[in-house]
Design a protein around this ligand. Structure first.
Ligand code: FAD
Length: 515
């Protein structure tokens, strides 16, 4: 709890150190650990915290080899830990190599590095300079023609990616770590001075990436930009490459037999109205139904949620009539509480008014999962709110935060996944209030959804058929992706916004499978 009061939260992918866990995390660990010792009152630490959070997102895939941690030395309970590690100024960043001994104070990062790229490079320098080597960390040194000759005899992989680069470039080593949690692929760097290989493959561009196969066959990896993120995305999606420990994706004709529902073929780059209606059904008839009496802030959340649906849901006329009637009924409830039973009478149109209905049941299309426990309602809920933020921008809402606030309140009051609700509230409390235009609201939800995707990539809840990616992929929207001058990936927000406006627009929603 003490650590939660500091600059980082449990949703930041940073281990929050406490006197109780510090030894388990830092001593004799199989991974190296980078620790930021900070004080929550220190202005520099506050300014640095978005960079450290960004680093955690950036090197999430490196976790088995190198993990990130932080500790708030301003917390009285943590003070002894910080003193024991010899901390006298903030922020101090230290590197603890794998199998660090109990009496080690860690190795300080010299100088104050203020950007993700610089920190990432420093971590690689430290990894390379210190033994013992974390067992999960593949070799980072450059490969040679001689090593390649026997590579496939000693490494059981389908693909070998060779990154040709200058000696000063870190891309090859970064990609080796980026792919560390994926099976059937290995990455090696080849220096531009390795003449034999450079000539054999006809390499003229540094960096560039080639796929190398037994027998000496090779092909150049096609990417939009010769940069780390583009290589990483393309390599993770090569045939046969799967996240370690995950089963390979299943063909969709097999899927039809694994769920009770018949499999509905769909286009994974489109939004389906049936998913949105199934989401409304589930939220109004299942999630809200968990509250027999709805009162106080829960009632306010429900009123706001339904009001936003009535205003912005781009539904069929029968559904819209129902939502509008439900919203006006709710707004007329002036008491402190309502019963779910009374609410349900309106949802089910018990008075049987013609021309209004909310179809019952869940029938997923774009949100189908390869197993019944995957995707479905949470997928539908994200999709619904993306559609609503986009629609609010299109029709012009007077309050740019209206949809996001309704979502925040809905998730807080009703979303059945409580840890999800807690994580989402952490994110919402950080920046939602600053979204003062409807464009920013659309982009905020997109960025936060990607933040969640990053955290959940590879988690148990991930459907192997639908791996979590930073969305949209370079295939879906090539111009959404760009590179900064330093070679790091950059979203082109001026392209992402129109992409989202079109992708989630009412005109693009498919009505397949609706009855
Ligand atoms: P989803 O992430 O549900 O995405 C649905 C669809 O939206 C995708 O298929 C894609 O077409 C599109 N999409 C993907 N990314 C973006 C983006 N950045 N912008 C716009 N569209 C996008 N699960 C947990 O295990 N832990 C959590 O803490 C957690 N928190 C959640 C918080 C909220 C508010 C919600 C709604 C869900 C949360 N979930 C959490 C569930 C999780 O995010 C996924 O919804 C679920 O795992 C199903 O994933 P999916 O593959 O169907 O894709």
């Amino acid at each position: 709890r003490a650590a939660e009061a500091g600059l980082y939260t449990s949703s930041d992918q940073i281990i929050l150190l406490t006197p109780e866990n510090v030894e388990a995390v830092l001593v004799n660990s199989t991974a190296a650990t980078v620790v930021e010792f900070y004080a929550s009152w220190c202005g520099h630490c506050r300014m640095f915290s978005p960079v450290y959070r960004g680093l955690a997102i950036d090197i999430k895939e490196w976790k088995p080899a190198v993990d990130l941690a932080a500790i708030d030395c301003a917390e009285a309970v943590n003070r002894k830990v910080c003193i024991d590690y010899g901390i006298s100024g903030y922020p101090t960043i230290k590197f603890f190599h794998a199998y660090t001994k109990a009496d080690s104070n860690g190795l300080p990062f010299k100088g104050f590095i203020r950007d993700v790229r610089g920190l990432r490079h420093k971590i690689i320098d430290k990894l390379e300079a210190h033994v013992p080597w974390p067992p999960a960390c593949p070799p980072l040194e450059p490969t040679s023609e001689a090593e390649l000759d026997s590579f496939f005899e000693t490494n059981n992989v389908q693909h070998l990616a060779l990154i040709f680069e200058e000696a000063s470039s870190y891309i090859g080593r970064e990609l080796t770590l980026d792919l560390l949690q994926f099976d059937n692929i290995a990455v090696r760097r080849v220096l531009s001075t390795e003449e034999g290989l450079v000539t054999k493959l006809g390499v003229t561009e540094f960096p560039s990436c080639f796929l190398y196969y037994p027998g000496g066959n090779f092909s150049r990896l096609k990417v939009k930009e010769e940069a780390r993120t583009f290589y990483s995305y393309a390599l993770q999606r090569l045939p046969g490459v799967v996240r370690s420990g995950k089963p390979p994706p299943v063909a969709t004709d097999v899927l039809s037999n694994s769920t009770e529902d018949p499999w509905r073929p769909f286009n994974s780059s489109r939004v389906y109205m049936l998913d949105l209606e199934s989401t409304l059904h589930y939220s109004l008839r299942v999630e809200v139904a968990a509250h027999t009496i709805i009162r106080g802030e829960t009632l306010i959340s429900l009123k706001k949620y339904v009001a936003v649906l009535a205003k912005f849901f781009p539904g069929r006329p029968v559904v819209m009539n129902l939502l509008k009637s439900l919203s006006s009924w709710l707004q007329n409830q002036s008491g402190d509480e309502i019963s779910y039973e009374a609410f349900k009478e309106i949802v089910d149109n018990s008075a049987q008014s013609p021309d209004m209905a909310l179809p019952e049941g869940e029938r997923w299309v774009g949100c189908q999962g390869s197993q019944p426990q995957f995707r479905r309602f949470p997928c539908g809920l994200w999709t619904l709110f993306h559609v609503l933020t986009v629609q609010a921008k299109k029709v012009g809402s007077s309050d740019p935060q209206e949809v996001l606030t309704a979502m925040r309140n809905y998730v807080h009051s009703f979303f059945g996944c409580r840890p999800c609700a807690e994580h989402f509230e952490n994110m919402a409390s950080e920046g939602l209030a600053m979204m003062n235009t409807s464009s920013l609201a659309v982009l905020w939800l997109w960025a936060k959804h990607n933040h969640v995707n990053n955290r959940l990539a590879g988690a148990l809840t991930e459907d192997p058929n639908f791996p979590k990616i930073q969305w949209p992929s370079p295939e879906m929207c090539p111009s959404c992706h760009a590179v900064q001058e330093n070679g790091d990936h950059r979203w082109s927000q001026e392209t992402v916004l129109p992409f989202l406006m079109s992708y989630f627009s009412s005109d693009s929603i498919l009505t397949d499978y609706l009855e």
